[in-house]
Design a protein around this ligand. Structure first.
Ligand code: NM2
Ligand code: OGA
Ligand code: ZN
Length: 387
């Protein structure tokens, strides 16, 4: 039997559906989340009122479960009647519980030494013609921070068609997209044949580019293998093995800087391991080529901070944590640049290597994924709207 009991002062109600724990719902929260037409626009769902429009002494006058799994609440002194879908209240309650705990957000699946990574690797034609296939590909990016794609078109600039499958590209000083190949006068070490150790791109930019696509047009040189590593898994390992090092990398900002071209000087001061105020890992920034002099760490902690960076680097560079592959023309990979680090081995030889890259935004990808999940149904994701 489920129950719904309003407190004597009308400030809270306790709803127990026997599916979650008893849900304590506050009058102010319920009123603010009401979905009647005077509170939210029927056209677009946006809120029409401000908190200061509500009476100071807002209370629940009565509440009861009504047919079809709805909770009906009558407020006073306003006399507003609002209906809440009980499934939605349960979803919010569950999210509220899980958001209280842990370093790693719930939608994230860590990978590395302990756990195999089985990616979809769909064909270009599949993601263009099947929403299911596109959704599964985006789900890889959401859960693992990496997705792979094959048989994409290989004309210069076709990378923008790949990005357009799910979102919008951010233009930077490197252009709307950029050429990654061995150049005579490179403005960036990426434009050489050197090996690049695992890194996230552009930590010297604020805000950070949140995704990167690297698309292969030619790759007949020797070497030039791609390697990716889960920075969140590495951060968790650091926290478990050396909690004091984890505290230093998350508790102080590092400085990142790029001034490789005459007309550019970018700088950002942000932590290598960025946590939310609740302690959930939000972003990993690491790029040995662009960390500049550390100024935010108190002088007496500098040796410990360096030791922490070294420990983190060793975890990141540990070959057992990698996924590696060699991109062929028409293949690409997409990374969540706030989480997964990418790397390449050096390349030389008679052949040529030519990749193009660009920086789409993660929020647009996540929006597309939610819309697809809503259409196709996916109980694991946060696809439902506000109610
Ligand atoms: N490129 C490829 O963040 C970096 O400096 C890595 C970025 C030049 C746009 C390379
Ligand atoms: C880059 C980069 C890797 C590669 O362009 O940011 O890391 O495989 N390139 O060339
Ligand atoms: Zn890079």
């Amino acid at each position: 039997m489920s129950s719904c009991i309003v407190s004597e002062d009308g400030k809270t109600l306790v709803l127990d559906t026997n599916r979650t724990g008893p849900m304590v719902l506050h009058a102010i929260w319920l009123r603010d989340n009401s979905h009647d037409d005077s509170t939210r626009s029927p056209q677009n769902g946006q809120r029409l009122i401000s908190l200061t429009d509500l009476p100071e002494d807002i209370c629940i006058s009565s509440a009861s479960k009504v047919v079809g799994e709805w909770l009906e609440v009558v407020f006073k002194p306003e006399k507003l009647v609002a209906r809440f879908r009980i499934g939605w209240l349960e979803k919010i309650f569950n999210e509220h519980q899980t958001h209280q705990s842990g370093l790693i957000a719930e939608h994230i699946a860590l990978w590395g030494e302990q756990s195999e990574l089985a990616l979809h690797n769909p064909d270009w034609h599949d993601v263009c013609n099947s929403e299911e296939s596109l959704r599964n590909w985006l789900l890889d990016i959401q859960q693992y921070g990496i997705g792979r794609l094959c048989n994409a078109p290989t004309e210069s600039g076709d990378i923008l068609k790949i990005a357009a499958l799910f979102g919008y590209v951010r233009e930077t000083n490197y252009g709307k997209w950029f050429e990654v190949r061995n150049e005579v006068k490179p403005i960036n070490l990426a434009y050489t044949g050197m090996a690049l150790p695992p890194h996230t791109d552009n930590p010297y930019r604020d805000p950070l580019p949140t995704m990167q696509i690297l698309h292969c047009l030619e790759n007949s040189a020797d070497g030039g293998e791609s390697i990716v590593v889960d920075g969140f898994n590495a951060a968790r390992e650091l926290q478990q093995r050396w909690p004091e090092s984890f505290k230093l990398l998350s508790g102080f900002s590092a400085c990142f800087e790029y001034a490789g071209a005459d007309d550019v000087h970018l700088k950002s001061t942000r932590p290598i391991l960025e946590l939310s105020p609740e302690g959930v890992l939000k972003a990993v920034r690491y790029n040995n080529r662009s960390i500049s002099a550390v100024v935010n760490v108190p002088a007496d902690l500098i040796p410990d901070y360096y030791e922490a960076m070294k420990r983190f680097e060793r975890i990141l560079y540990n070959l057992n944590n990698f996924l590696s592959f060699k991109l062929n023309p028409g293949e690409c990979f997409v990374v969540d640049n706030t989480r997964v680090l990418h790397s390449r081995t050096a390349f030389t030889g008679a052949g040529s290597r030519w990749l193009q890259g660009c920086y789409p935004d993660l929020d647009g990808m996540q929006s597309t994924l939610r819309v697809l999940n809503r259409k196709l149904g996916n109980p694991r994701s946060d696809n439902s709207k506000f109610s």
